[in-house]
Structures are given as C-alpha cells and as structure tokens.
Write a protein that binds this ligand. Sequence first.
Ligand code: 0X9
Ligand code: ZN
Length: 416
Amino acid sequence: MKTTALLVLLVGVLIYSASAGYSRTKIYEDEIVVRCTNVSRVQYQAISTQPGMDIWSIKDDSIDVRISRESEMWLRQLGVYCTMVHDSVELLIQQFEQKLTVQQEWFEEYHTYEEIIQWYEELANQYSEIVKYEPSIGKSYEGRDQPAVHITASSTSDTLKMYFQCQIHAREWISGAVCGYIVNYLLENYGNNEDVTKLLDTVEFIFVPFVNPDGYAYTWTNDRLWRKNRRPGSPCAGVDLNRNYNDHWNEGGSSSNPCSETYHGAGPASEPETQNTENYFRSHTGIVGAIDWHSYSQLLLRPYGWTSTDSPDEAQLSALGDEMSDRIFAVHGKFYTSQKSIGLYPTSGTASDWFYSDNANENNGEYRAAGFTIELRDTGLYGFLLPPDQIIPNGEEMIPAVMYYANSLLENPLKK
Ligand code: 0X9
Ligand code: ZN
C-alpha cells in the first residue's frame, strides 16, 4: 500500500515537473469505458441523457461510454449488451500524463490557454501583413477572453470567408492543436506555396481558437475529462455548448438535466461563449465555409443533426465530405467517415447546424455557410487522451481537406 502511495506521489511530481501548468484534482477511480453493441434509438436516447453516462464515441449501432463500475447494472437493466474497452480510466489518464513534456517543439506538445494566447499574439506580430488579431470577441463565463485570428492577403471588402472554431469541448485538446497547426501552415506557406498563396489572395480565414476557454483551463488544472463550459450549478456545473446554439434548441439529443454531459442550458444561446461566437459569426458577410472542430472518431459530418430530412444542399455537401475523406486518406492512410450528422445520432442546438441555419446566415448576403463538424483522431485507442506525437500527423492530414473544402466552396458557394 505504502509503495503504491509513494508511486502515485512520484508520478504526480513527475507530471508536475514534466509539464508546467498541468495538475489534476479529479481522480477517475472505478471508472471504466465499455462498448455497447446493437443499441436501439430508444436505448441510445436513454443513455445519452442519463447523468453519469459519458458517451465517448459512436460507430454504427455501437457506442463507447464511460461509466462507473456500478452503472454496468443500469445498462444491463436497460437491456444493452456491453464489453470492456478500458478497465481503468484513471490508468489511461496517467499514461497520457506521462507523455506531457515541456522540452519539445511547439506542435509536439499540448499547451495551456495562456501559452496558446501568447503564441497567437506572437504569430500575429510576425505575420502582421496578412494577420489581423482580435484579442477578444467577448468574455467567457469566468471572464477569459475569446480571441479571433483573421488571415488574408486580399484587400477587397467583398472577400469570401471561412470560419473555423475550435475547442468547444474542453477535453478535446487535439481540436485546438490542429487549429493552431492549420493557422501556422497557412502563414508559413503564404508566398512559398502556390496553392496557399492563391487561396489567401482571394479568401479570408477566421479562426476562433477557444469557444470554451474556461472548460479548457479546467482540464489543465482539475479534470482532464471535463467537456462542458464552467457555468456554476449545484449539484452539477456546466452547459454543453454544442447543444446550446440557437437552432432547433432542445429538439432531441440533448438534456434538460444539468448533470448530463449533454445539458443544453436554460435556453437557446444562454451561455456567454455561445452568444459571443454567434454574434461574431453574424457580424460578417460572405462566410461560405464554417467548421466546428472536435475529436474523436474520424468523421466528416454535414447537416442536419436534428432531422433525418436531407438538407437542400445534400448532393453538394455529401460530395464535398466524400472528397475530403479521400484526400485525408491519401496522407497517412487514416479513414474518416463522411456522413450526415444524424446518421451518427440525433443532436439539436449544435454549432455546425447553426452555421447552416437561417438565423446564422441572416446578414451573410446571398450566401449560406456550409456547416461541418469534423471529428479528428483517433477511433478509440486513446480517444480524448490522444498522445501529443499525433498532433503533427493529424494536422498534416487535415491540410489537403481544408484546402479542398475552401477552394471548392469558393468556386461553388451555397446560396440561400
Ligand atoms: O456530440 C457532439 O457534440 C459531437 N461529438 S463529440 O464526441 N465531439 O462530443 C458531435 C456532434 C455532431 N452532430 C451530430 N452527431 N448530430
Ligand atoms: Zn466534441
């Protein structure tokens, strides 16, 4: 027992010294991840809205869900058949923490909110001719700034735009890391790579690196697996920002229970982080592409999440997703499934459905943004605890997909 305690202390000290800014108070003792197969819609709805059930991924009719050992019985009583995927979430987190270091290159490690803000500021200074940095489009619940980064070499007022937002779910660290990778790629390659130069001469990229800065900060200091924002609540804190957008809010696939991981909040866009991003998006004209970056499962999701009816642009959007999938596969052989969001499971009030909605596009001229959700690596081996040595390959495989997405929508923008 003593040896175990010493070992835990040693690991703790190592984590602390290995990665400045990282610590953890939440311990996941007795938590496991199970894979449940042949889950019906009704069973899925029950699991996804039940407090204590944390769905990690979905493929066809099988889902991976994090639960306490005791909850296995609840699933059994629901009539769901599950097998073990990870028999200790705590161990999985500790293995991830051992890979956190401070001596690597920027994209070989993850970084704190403060470090990332500073990185963007420095990048904006270095590439000031093509970057406009907005330190704050608004403040989060706890008062953190939500910056925006504009990248373009075009000076006309009617430049078409791509809007990318990242880190809406706190624990999906690869989302923010890959967004940073894309920003850096565009900047380093302008003037050096013909395709990037041509693209930035005609289009403006807008990045919002932190949709959920409070949640992200919390994953660095308290709970590595936190998902929601940090609105206080008793007994449970946090709203799932990806159920809080003002599009078919509370029309299925979200929960009114604040203890659920998919709690949709008190009303549409009730959260400051949702309001800030919605207002900012709506203040621009000519947004033709909009991507909400998540992990994990390797998916390219197009509208809608709330209804199984095809969107009016289904043919173009499915062709777009399929081609992106091919281009991603060509880089490192990773397969990303291209499908309608609801093909995965129903959701409402999500950011990417909102990007495509009338409400989002009211001031967008004749255009309608092609809203996508991209779920990055992996397919479940590490899940949200993706080791930092996958940041660069994951970023690399996204570049041709982003280039194709942008070029194809410039050529063929969706119209209202
Ligand atoms: O559930 C979500 O918010 C997203 N998955 S995640 O594991 N990153 O939390 C997916 C939302 C996409 N929309 C639908 N599946 N309808
Ligand atoms: Zn997510």
